[in-house]
Design a protein around this ligand. Sequence first.
Ligand code: HEM
Length: 115
Amino acid sequence: MNKAWRSRNHPAYWAFIVHRLSGLLLVLFLPFHFWALGRALHGAAAMDGFLRWTDQPLVKFAELGLVVLLGAHFTGGVRLLMLEFLDWREWQKALLAVATVVTVAIGIVFLVHVA
Ligand code: HEM
């Protein structure tokens, strides 16, 4: 294991990777989201047809991934804002764990709601 890798293999570094990846994946999802909303411009039948398509298990599974990505990006983003704008306090070290727990909870709530 080289020195650069050892200094990076740290929870805060992985939090940075998760934040960047989730942010980029959410950006990639946006055009699809706008396209989906645009179905309504083609009438109620087109929108209903699309909404029926989203009932498939695989689409629901992809939605879970999306919700977890947004949860991870949101909680990670709030953590970063708290680190950047609040005076440093020891409890801020726990924010990474709090963000992880809240993200998992968001995923579970979505699963329970969809199941
Ligand atoms: C839900 C509320 C959100 C919060 C609280 C939030 C917070 C943040 C923060 C604080 C940063 C700066 C990270 C840093 O200082 O390095 C950031 C970066 C970013 N956000 Fe968000 N964000 C949110 C939603 C979104 C959404 C919906 C998208 C995409 C559609 C998005 C895409 C990005 C991207 C691409 C970056 C740059 C990532 C990087 O350079 O590492 N964010 N976000």
